[in-house]
Write a new protein. Sequence first.
Length: 276
Amino acid sequence: MVNISSADVARLRKVTLAGMMDCKKALEESNGDFEKAIEIIRKKGQAVANKRADREATEGVVLSKVTDDARLGAMIVLNSETDFVAKNAEFISLATKILDLALLKNPANLDELKALPVDNTKVAEKVTEFVGIIGEKLDLSYYEKVEAPYVQAYIHPGNRLATLVGFSKTGLNVQVYKDVAMQVAAMNPVAVDKEDVPEKIVAQEIEIGKEQAKREGKPENMLEKIAQGKLGKFYKESTLLNQEFIKDNKMNIRQYLQSADKEITVTAFKRYTLNL
């Protein structure tokens, strides 16, 4: 039998992040062939993944980050089965590596991200590899990006909620950008402004308003007017620029931004949360 040194085991562990015993067994099985040992660990990951395919991966981490020039931001969700694994340093390291790759390569969508090369394999295969290492079903389930003159990222403590917000101008006090990113996290708006709300949601809110007014016994000829009034309240509560600023409810987000720069606005935002 080939003598497997602790240095060989450590090197394989560094590449695969598998456990020490798993690395030793893989090297023994491969007769000391490093590349074959990597393949054994990857196949083990695939085998575990197949066994756990029917399990629910509803825990995990939500991470967001921007490039050094703050013109591109990306957000990913890497799911696990348990909160215990979600807090595992190696699991978070994998998620961070995928996020950094997304910022470097700027893929168009989740499928493109999964197909990107990483550590002599693909992102999707790397995730499968970790199934064997960690022993739980994992799933890279979400990826979005925002491109703008300035993008701000925010991750709520615990890595279960994150946001990205794009702004039309750079050069402001960074706290302004951070405040708006935190506003998105706290208030969960459906759109940037009134005109950005999908027609389907507008129609739904009008119908809800009419139904509520009807139940309250309002006359038929007043239902539309009452529903439009309720729609205005919906816009105020649910569109970012019209929401009351959580740090100062005497102004909305549009007014807060304009107090810093008359011409700045929000161009886009993304928000994702795991069950809190």
